[in-house]
Design a protein around this ligand. Structure first.
Ligand code: NDP
Length: 283
């Protein structure tokens, strides 16, 4: 039976360390790391994510502000508010909760965040730095996956790593981070031919596609490490991942559950990035 990779446990451990570092920073410099989260519109899932981020900041002793704007906010109004945050010395990290309403260009908004405050690492200058291998911030979800692999001492060097999904938020940066640690990386997507042949080669399989229970046992090499980034809500309201957990757990070497695997790590890395942004602002 596979080792169950416990994202709640790793998260609690890392958040404790972040809390200590926040306290030390406050004592030494008087600076409290501050995160601003912007929420435009009334998407209920986004509202839950934003609330969780706000609460997580509180728990580690960071300052946080939630800026809620109505769904009919104009792009200009959002950019003006963003410019205020860019210039606000209490705020070291800015996160704009996606998706934005259709009439607002996500690209334009992300480009308007001061890269030094871009704790999601979505700004092109941060994306470019990750590509070059010297970065300030890492994107929260793929970096969270790396934290899990490190915590469980899972070797990456020389391993066949298969990432299913190539979004800018998860799949692409995930592949770069695994490559950065000397994994041999294959990226798969919706046009990949014979996906199962590729996934069966993986020593480390990371799946981020948004399709409930898509990866079945016959697509996984026995003993593989399976990281499920997917979060899907089933008609009965339950959450499930992109991997058929029940079927894959008996053959995998290690596996993340959903919920309780990658999910908690995303906010943890966000806190880590906000702390780093505050530390860097002093230099
Ligand atoms: P996107 O919809 O942006 O990207 C999905 C990717 O999966 C695309 O690259 C797509 O390929 C690929 N894909 C879709 N269907 C298939 C298929 N049948 N076979 C192979 N590849 C396929 O999703 P995200 O990357 O934003 O998110 C992926 C999942 O991760 C979602 O469930 C999301 O909820 C979850 N997520 C979880 C987070 C967490 O904190 N744990 C954070 C972010 C996301 P193509 O490019 O060819 O269309």
């Amino acid at each position: 039976m596979a080792i169950r990779i416990d994202g709640k446990l790793v998260s609690a451990y890392l958040r404790e360390q972040i809390k200590k570092n926040v306290t030390a920073l406050k004592e030494k410099t008087g600076v409290t790391p501050g995160l601003a989260v912007m929420l435009v519109g009334d998407d209920p899932a986004s509202a839950v994510y934003v609330r969780n981020k706000h609460r997580a900041c509180d728990e580690v002793g960071m300052y946080s502000e939630v800026i809620t704007m109505p769904a009919d906010t104009t792009e200009d109004a959002l950019l003006v508010r963003l410019a205020d945050l860019n210039n606000d010395p209490k705020i070291h990290g800015i996160l704009v909760q996606l998706p934005l309403p259709k009439h607002i260009s996500e690209e334009k908004v992300i480009a308007a965040i001061d890269p030094r405050k871009d704790v999601d690492a979505f700004h092109e200058s941060n994306v470019g730095k990750i590509m070059l291998g010297s970065y300030d911030f890492l994107p929260c979800t793929p970096a969270g996956v790396m934290e899990l692999l490190h915590y469980y001492d899972i070797p990456i060097q020389g391993k066949d790593c298969v990432v299913v999904g190539r979004s800018n938020i998860v799949g692409k940066p995930q592949a770069l981070l695994l490559l950065g640690e000397n994994g041999t990386v294959t990226i798969c997507h919706s046009r990949t031919k014979d996906l199962a042949t590729k996934t069966r080669e993986a020593d480390i399989l990371v799946v981020a596609i948004g399709r409930p229970n898509f990866i079945t046992a016959d697509m996984v090499k026995p003993g593989a490490v399976v990281i499920d980034v997917g979060i899907n809500r089933l008609p009965d309201g339950k959450l499930c991942g992109d991997v058929d957990f029940e079927a894959v757990e008996p053959i995998a070497g290690a596996i993340t559950p959903v919920p309780g695997g990658v999910g908690p790590m995303t906010i943890t890395v966000l806190l880590k990035n906000a702390l780093k942004a505050a530390q860097k602002s002093l230099k």
